[in-house]
Write a protein that binds this ligand. Structure first.
Ligand code: ADP
Ligand code: MG
Ligand code: ZN
Length: 717
């Protein structure tokens, strides 16, 4: 089979390629070496698997992740693509069996660990076969600059050299830095390689950074609100992993841990239970996850700030590989900076490297304190120009309520001034809350006028409040033994020259809203997976079940039209899923009107879901159509599951195509008259062409979205 889109349809059940995939695949098939840099979850595997199917001969995939090979290979086989793997987890007999199948030409894709390439027996067998492609996955492992250097990756080139005929060589990674890229080209000696760097934005990921909140309370609320969803929580040390895991368990949450302190067996078991959806929450150090392919991780929480943006972006990239809306939440406290500095100071002796790492840490800290769009910051960091705000990060979606905290801030700051020498946060908390601690009294701190003046905060809340003051620059915190000291902003606050407003922590929200058919299909999937002993996602992904639950296919033909349903899967599971859908449709008496790429009626009480964009009608056209039908902006955004910002971008796209808005758009409920007036006045002063200058002079709780909308409204009048 050589039509690549046919391969994509038939085996994977996907309708179209993602950005970049098609060009990469065509290059490989034409024999050009390729280095492709795509974000985690971007869809690299298909880039080497589709050519493997299209070309004559065997594709060897070199992957560092023994723990993942089995799942990857099982997945491929379940799609009807003949595959196998060889690594140290197989017995000798099993390896011989793979060799036998290789010799009979029964294998299209072979996964191997890099160490295997050095074996003579392996080389001899491969030499006698027709090899069409060597694909090096996680190719950054060749680089000492990367974070996962593997010395055996250095010897891949020797293996390729030893083959009688050099196949096309391809390399894939998510790490974009220049040093790593050059190392890959050099070490694998790629020939005139075409380099593809695809956009790093993962649009389905929402980025939230919370400063100065109670991390534990936040996490407990969040997990409770998102029960049944898969989530991953990263901590910076083993100790913290264990502590948090105990806390969650004590609160009745089924959580497991993963770090280097556990035995291999425990790690393997925990990882498996997570992948098989037997537990919802995995708490881990950064030892967990390189290449974790679980597609339905709905949230990644960072309990601590990671030490650089590369690591951070890779870790959050593990959320939402299936393309569904997912959340990435970083819970920051100033202590995280100290911890990371300590890890760098003690872990690195080479002064050059140390400086490099400290600089990277500083970029991470700057991200956390940034007031602009987080995504824009991150993409710029990776060298991608980006002007638009993402409208999908907590800075863009600034919707918390601002509360005047000036008086509490004055209490804390005056206490800092009155201490006889600088102290850490803990002591200040004790003084403010009037602790009877003996040491405190011995030092005479109970004589201060600020002793015991803050009563309405718990210890943790007060600590968080002080951390928030620090992160907003109202007091300083630092030093070898970190202490709190006043700065020039402190003075302004005590003198009453500056008011302190903090955003009240937002209420945590559900990531997705399920309809009940989705739940039923999930149940069926769990059951079928259990029978076969495979992870549920291998039956069908969440996104596939979601589409089934809204479009309700009732025949095999219709089922094939669902994204993620290929021929093999229809054969295997089709009837069972159709039966379940039929039951549901009959019971609820739903008129199913299955149309290709079209709306269907939903039973009362179920929400409409965001639908795939189609070639017939582009995403922005759907929004325009709905607006034309008289729906308000707010209604369109809710029905489509998009932000208002996205819908207003759709309108801009429409205008940009040179079309006219010949219908009314209702901005009802999106901003108040006063807000509109304020924004318009600000615009008159600083111009309407950029949002930020307006944002800077209007009231703090007027969001970017509101400014954008008022400007849009103005331009339509
Ligand atoms: P990574 O780049 O991190 O290796 P994967 O290759 O694991 O990403 O792909 C991530 C997910 O995206 C997988 O579930 C994969 O099946 C899915 N995917 C890849 N390409 C497409 C496509 N063209 N259409 C729909 N889903 C796709
Ligand atoms: Mg991958
Ligand atoms: Zn943003």
């Amino acid at each position: 089979m050589n039509n690549i889109i046919e391969i994509l349809n038939k085996y994977y059940g996907y309708k179209s390629f993602r950005k970049g995939q098609e060009e990469i695949i065509n290059n490989i098939i034409n024999g050009n070496d390729v280095l492709a840099i795509m974000p985690t979850g971007g869809g690299k595997s298909i880039c080497y698997q589709v050519p493997a199917i299209a070309m004559d001969g065997l594709t060897i995939v070199i992957s560092p992740l023994i723990s993942l090979m089995k799942d990857q290979v099982d997945s491929l086989n379940s799609l009807g693509i003949d595959s196998a793997y060889i690594n140290s987890s197989l017995s000798n007999i099993e390896i011989q069996e793979v060799y036998f199948r290789l010799n009979t030409g029964d294998i299209k894709i072979l996964y191997v660990a890099p160490e295997r390439l050095e074996g003579v027996e392996f080389l001899n067998i491969i030499k006698s076969l027709k090899v069409s492609q060597i694909a090096v996955d996680e190719a950054h492992c060749v680089s000492q600059w990367g974070h996962d250097f593997r010395s055996s990756y250095k010897r891949i080139y020797n293996f390729i050299e030893a083959l009688p005929k050099r196949p096309v060589v391809t390399a894939f990674t998510a790490t974009a830095t220049k040093e790593v890229r050059e190392d890959i080209l050099e070490s694998l000696k790629l020939r005139d390689a075409k380099i593809f760097i695809s956009g790093f934005d993962r649009e389905n990921l929402k980025i939230t950074i919370e400063r100065g909140i109670s991390k534990n309370i936040y996490i407990l609320d969040y997990i409770e609100e998102n029960k049944g969803e898969s989530g991953l929580i990263y901590c910076s040390t083993r100790k913290e992993v264990d502590k948090l895991c105990d806390l969650l368990k004590a609160n009745g949450i089924n959580a497991l841990s993963y770090h280097a302190g556990l035995s291999d067996m425990e790690r393997k078991k925990n990882q498996e239970d997570f992948i098989y959806d037997k537990v919802d929450v995995m708490i881990a150090t950064n030892a967990f996850g390189m290449g974790i392919d679980k597609p339905n991780i709905r949230y990644v929480i960072h309990y601590n700030m990671p030490k650089n943006i590369e690591g951070y972006y890779q870790e959050i990239g593990r959320a939402g590989r299936d393309g569904e809306k997912s959340e990435c939440i970083l819970l920051f406290s100033p202590g995280d900076v100290q911890t990371q500095k300590y890890i760098i100071e003690t872990g690195t002796t080479n002064p050059f490297r140390k400086r490099n790492e400290l600089e990277k840490l500083q970029s991470m800290i700057d991200l956390v304190y940034s007031n602009g769009c987080y995504k824009k910051y991150i993409l710029n960091y990776f060298g991608e120009e980006r002007e638009e705000d993402c409208n999908n990060c907590s800075n863009c979606l600034f919707d918390g309520e601002l509360i005047d905290k000036t008086i509490d801030a004055q209490k804390v700051i005056s206490c800092v001034y009155r201490m006889k020498r600088p102290f850490g946060i803990g002591v200040i908390v004790e003084v403010l809350r009037g602790s009877k601690n003996k040491k405190l009294i011995e030092q005479g701190l109970d004589k201060l006028t600020t002793y015991g003046i803050v009563k309405d905060y718990t210890k943790d809340e007060l600590k968080d409040f002080i951390n928030t003051l620090i992160s907003h620059g109202y007091i300083n915190y630092g030093g070898e033994f970190p202490v709190v000291t006043p700065n020039k902003n402190s003075l302004k606050v005590v003198k009453g020259e500056e008011k302190v407003y903090f955003k009240e922590a937002r209420k945590v929200k559900k990531i997705t809203t399920d309809n009940d058919l989705f739940g039923l299909l999930r149940g069926l999937r769990m059951y079928l997976a259990g029978e076969e002993g495979i992870p549920p996602y291998m039956v069908f992904g969440d996104n596939t079940l979601k589409e089934m639950s809204t479009r309700m296919p009732l025949t095999k033909g219709q089922l094939l039209d669902i994204s993620g349903v290929g021929e093999k899967k229809v054969e295997k599971y089709g009837e069972k899923f159709i039966e379940k859908i039929k039951e549901y449709v009959d019971e609820k008496n739903i008129q199913v009107d299955f149309k290709f790429e079209n709306d269907i009626k939903l039973p009362k009480g179920t929400e409409k879901k965001k639908r795939r964009t189609t070639e017939k009608e582009k995403s922005y056209e759907i929004s325009i159509r709905m607006l034309r039908e008289g729906k308000s902006l707010k209604e369109v955004s809710e029905e489509r599951g998009s932000t208002i910002g996205t819908i207003s971008t759709h309108i801009q796209t429409f205008l940009g195509e040179g079309k006219n808005i010949d219908f009314n758009i209702s901005f009802e409920g999106l901003f108040t008259d006063e807000e509109e007036k304020e924004i318009l006045e600000a615009g008159e002063k600083v111009g309407f062409s950029k949002l930020t200058p307006i944002k800077e002079i209007v009231n703090k709780n007027i969001s970017y979205d509101k400014i954008k909308l008022v400007i849009l409204k103005r331009s339509l009048e």
